[in-house]
Design a protein around this ligand. Structure first.
Ligand code: CU
Length: 127
């Protein structure tokens, strides 16, 4: 039991440290590389996020990018979600995301490329 508590507190500490930095998540879908970053540490409230889409090392700036963050229904809490369409700013797709509460938020990042295809990356963030 003592050991379990110790492990839990170490994990909590590790997450705490990880959370104290802007995020940087890398994904790959259908030959496209996607990097999702945040301007600052994620907080409850408004956050500015950036997505960079590239293929074969070349940044793609003519895609349409949108994002949906969501948290499944939990005891005493309804399903929550937040969506935004990105706008291109200096070669990065910029998004504003409002998190209603802390915890784990899953997200789908969708990007439509010039060939009309829609690609979806799924992951999650903690705050
Ligand atoms: Cu919740």
């Amino acid at each position: 039991m003592k050991l379990l508590l110790k492990v839990i507190s170490i994990l909590a500490l590790t997450f705490g440290l990880l959370n104290a930095e802007p995020i940087e998540l890398n994904g790959n879908k259908n030959g496209y590389d996607v990097k999702l970053t945040s301007e600052k540490t994620l907080v409850v409230g408004d956050n500015t996020l950036f997505a960079i889409v590239s293929k074969d090392g070349k940044v793609i700036t003519n895609a349409k990018v949108k994002v949906k963050f969501f948290m499944p229904e939990m005891p005493g809490m309804p399903y929550m979600e937040y969506k935004d369409k990105a706008k291109l700013v200096d070669g990065k797709y910029q998004m504003l995301v409002n998190f209603a509460m802390s915890g784990t938020w899953q997200f789908h990042l969708m990007f439509k490329t010039a060939d009309g295809k829609v690609h979806k990356i799924r992951s999650s963030v903690n705050l």
